[in-house]
Design a protein around this ligand. Sequence first.
Ligand code: ZN
Ligand code: ZN
Length: 646
Amino acid sequence: MSSEQIRVTLAGERETLLPRGSSLHEVLAPLSDPNNGFIAARVNDRLVDLTVPLDGDAVVEGIGADSEPGLEILRHSASHIMAQAVKAIFPEARVAIGPAIEHGFYYDFDVQRPFTNEDLEKIEAKMAQIIAEQVAFRRTELPREQAIRFFEERGEKYKVELLQELEGATVSLYQQGDFVDLCRGPHIPHTGYLKAYKLISVAGAYWRGDERNVMLQRIYGTAFADATALQKYLHVLEEAHKRDHRRLGRELDLFSFSDEVGAGMVIYHPKGALLRHILETFEKREHMRRGYHLVIGPTLLRTELWQRSGHFDHYRENMYFTEVDEQSYGIKPMNCLSHMLIYKSKLRSYRDLPLRYFELGTVHRHEKSGVLHGLLRVRQFTQDDAHILCTPEQLHQEIQNILEFVIEVMGMFGFSYEMEISTRPEKSIGTDEDWDRATSALMAALQSKGIDYRICAGDGAFYGPKIDVKLHDALDRRWQCATIQCDFTLPERFDLTYIGPDGNKHRPVMVHRVILGAIERFLGVLIEHYAGAFPTWLAPVQAILVTVTDRQLSFAGEICKRLQSAGIRVELDNRNEKLGFKIREAQIQKIPYMLVIGDREVEANGVRPRRRNGEQLELMSAEGFAALVEQECLQETGGRIGIGIV
Ligand SMILES: [Zn+2]
Ligand SMILES: [Zn+2]
């Protein structure tokens, strides 16, 4: 091998000798599909531009636009192209930062007036022009001081500020056309590689997220490898907008928020409270069936207890504190502590284990106001929280039981899911033996249920490994809900013990777990998943009676009573409004059944139910209708819940 040659390993296997200085374009050309070529490369585990010449032996992998790193590079490059377009149309705009984010990208601009929708259209059109010109992305490296002068001369004060904080003597700039940006890269080779993109929205954003700074204008956009993927995403976005739980929560009169109350605190209206009550009743029943004990702990616990548990040291920023009789109390952010005190209230034998304490525990956590979002991120919420204390030998079976629980419940709501195991992080406590035993118990339980899982190495909490369950909703979005978490610290810190068969004291294993997670968040997800059209077993109102005229009011009132006493959640619309108006309102409320009562129904002493999907059923008695609803609820819940749950 001559010194002019380098050894290049391609796609993990093919090794070839190539002239030193070959570009990645040339190296990857034989592997590249001409219609969907690589947009960047990974060289010895670093992502780089395709224009980079290879000057030594290397392991090379092509990055396609539809891969995870490829999409990020594509979106990030799109933000540069957008900034170029903005500068072309608004030369006085100052550019701040423009990263790729999940599902897209943004760029922040300092401009004299906010961007309008017409501006976005103009910017998109300019981007199309830049893309058609296939302008190359050119990388240059230069001393930091020189870069500062460069941006100073152009009045780009935000870039100057960023540069002043960067470490290192040299920085890299990227230029396409007359637009120059400070950036590490990599990017697509030229603007023509951006084939499917869309600008989505504009929002105000403070420079560096700090409200003491100037308000910038942030343009959000997205980009995909091809038009089909983009269209699919835009469709999901549109659907998600229609299903937004904050809007549906208002329209269906489920809940509200109030500035007078404070941010992140949910106010449940009658229908929302009923919905939650149904969910909670379902949960209590399911836990009792599985051998859990229902417990209730206090909201305020003395601060000393939080110090002992470690929450005060590790979690204080997220907690609220108050004072009672000159004694400091912490408002619970978790339910674990009283459950442990219940365990400790007696001497425990191995024969008592496992003990499973379940609480619909209301907790408070301080979330930054900027991340609060409807029901999905709140400051007060209720978890379906349980703590299982068992012997090490019982751990495997307990984890399996929880997994079965999760799978049954998620199936009932029509969610599919994926699971992740998070393993030991660098900073952690507990012995290797503890970690190995708990981690392998989690893995073995997943394997014995035949569930595929991903390993997130080092992502566990400092006190133990965990399984996270991510739901896929009707729009195939991912939501974190159930968590199964092993814990080595709390049994240690609170000196929990049981007497083993050998007559000696042993340490129990503790598992924290939630099935739905926070009820608030789960409700938010459910509202969007069902687009507000809850299945009959869960619908706060299952049927609405609508009279054609006031003549049928007394008969409708009587039917309403009969249905109520049968356990149906029914409402009577007795307003003196036109029939068409009342029917439309009932449809907007997405009530599963509408019972229109006219003279014919009064005469026949029956109802003619109409399903939410428009299907018209035959005449039946009120009791016949109750039986039909009961059947439907049982079918939806696999026989768990009929009528009369509330
Ligand atoms: Zn960049
Ligand atoms: Zn806990």
